[in-house]
Design a protein around this ligand. Structure first.
Ligand code: ZN
Length: 136
């Protein structure tokens, strides 16, 4: 089955508190969750926008994925996450098509989701995350 919607859009930021203030002020959105994902070396902040979330990502380690991204490209759009119903099926399907995977198996991401990243070299230069909320 195809993805159901865009679960979230990830934006890399240098300072999480400043970026939260900006999004709250400019768009009148309310940050409803701040969470550290130690595994990913990030602190994240979430805003709800219809069915889609905005995920702000601040690096907690210059050697982490967001730290390296910001050093190379500065702040900006980092990834798009598609909500799927069966993440294992989607990963297997992508692999069968020769898509390079960053995560061969799903792992735990922010907000209790099971997540996996596809390599941007295989997906038109866009880092795509697929994620599933197994609690639903
Ligand atoms: Zn994400």
């Amino acid at each position: 089955m195809e993805p159901t919607h865009i679960e979230h859009i990830g934006i890399a930021v240098i300072n999480l508190e400043d970026a939260i203030k900006l999004f709250e002020k400019v768009f009148r959105l309310k940050c409803y969750n701040i969470e550290e994902v130690a595994d990913q070396k990030v602190r994240t902040a979430f805003f709800m926008l219809g069915d889609t979330k905005i995920e702000l990502l601040e690096s907690t380690d210059p050697e982490g994925p967001i730290g390296k991204f910001i050093e190379k490209r500065g702040e900006g759009l980092h990834h798009i996450a598609f909500a799927v119903k069966n993440i294992e099926d989607h990963l297997r399907h992508a692999e069968e098509l020769g898509i390079k995977l960053i995560d061969a198996k799903p792992r735990k991401g922010a907000e209790g989701l099971d997540i996996a990243f596809l390599h941007p070299k295989s997906t038109s230069g866009v880092l795509i995350e697929i994620c599933e909320d197994k609690r639903k």
